[in-house]
Design a protein around this ligand. Structure first.
Ligand code: PEP
Length: 256
């Protein structure tokens, strides 16, 4: 399949880091470093930083995303933020199913599907995270598990809507651990996901599908990972908080 038909997406996931003032400072530092990017550049930030981030990136090529959303438009869901609220603010991206949401906050394949569906209905672009725990990799069920997570998340998503879906393959054992999947391991699972898209939709949809790798991607290992035929970008945690490192990854995606 022809990788050139897809535009890479490098997205930062800031997790629970940065106050609004710090967010402004970080985005002001990143913006000039990535202004000539040949890939899409996204910063997914904590809810309280969204307004500041939107203002700080106005007129730049950096798009802003949230790190989660609820599926109901409004209601008695204390502490939650709806896709409707994000869209009303002008937020363009949202992450669903990050492993930290699944592990610490009870997100399941079913709630990930509901969040994804709601976000698409509101016109957002969704970065859907899938990935296995180390025990599951050792058990040899990575491909099956990731295929299942992908299929459930995409239930009810049309082929046209896939243009606003990015799948991020994030092996849980590689997130925040400094232990990166090898380029071959990353590509192998991204190719499995592409195969699932082909089965669910068709070859054209599979060819156009943007599939990221995430898990300790950094300035040093990005080029090799992003050069893989089925890896179309990265979801970046720790390194997205360091302007020079994040810019280096964006540069690697532009070349790759
Ligand atoms: C992430 O949070 O999605 C992630 C990949 O984190 P890190 O890059 O720090 O491993």
């Amino acid at each position: 399949m022809n990788k050139a038909v897809r535009k890479a997406v490098i997205a930062g996931n800031w997790k629970m880091n940065k106050t609004p003032a710090e967010a402004k400072e970080l985005l002001n530092a990143i913006a000039p470093l990535v202004k000539d990017a040949g890939c899409d550049v996204v910063a997914c930030v904590p809810y309280v930083d969204l307004q500041t981030a939107l203002e700080a990136t106005a007129g730049t090529n950096i798009k802003i995303g949230a790190e989660n959303c609820h599926w109901e438009p409004s209601g008695a869901f204390t502490g939650e933020i709806s896709a409707d609220m994000l869209a009303a603010m002008g937020v363009e991206y949202v992450i669903t199913g990050h492993s930290e949401r699944r592990t610490y906050f009870g997100d399941t394949d079913v709630t990930v599907q509901k969040r994804t569906r709601a976000a698409l209905d509101k016109g957002l672009t969704v970065i859907v995270c899938v990935g296995e725990y180390l025990e599951q990799r050792e058990q040899g069920i990575t491909a099956e598990l990731v295929a299942m997570q992908t299929k459930i998340a995409l239930q009810g998503v049309s082929k046209e809507e896939l243009a606003r879906v990015i799948i991020a393959y994030e092996p849980v054992w590689a997130i925040g651990t400094g232990r990166t999947a090898t380029a071959e391991q990353a590509n192998e699972v991204c190719a499995v996901i592409r195969g699932v898209i082909k089965d669910l939709y068709d070859a054209e949809a599979a060819e156009k599908m943007v599939i990221q790798y995430g898990g300790s991607m950094n300035a040093k290992n990005a080029a090799e990972l992003l050069a893989q035929p089925d890896v179309d970008g990265g979801l970046i945690g720790g390194a997205s908080l360091k302007p020079a490192d994040f810019a280096e990854i964006v540069k690697a995606a532009t070349v790759g």
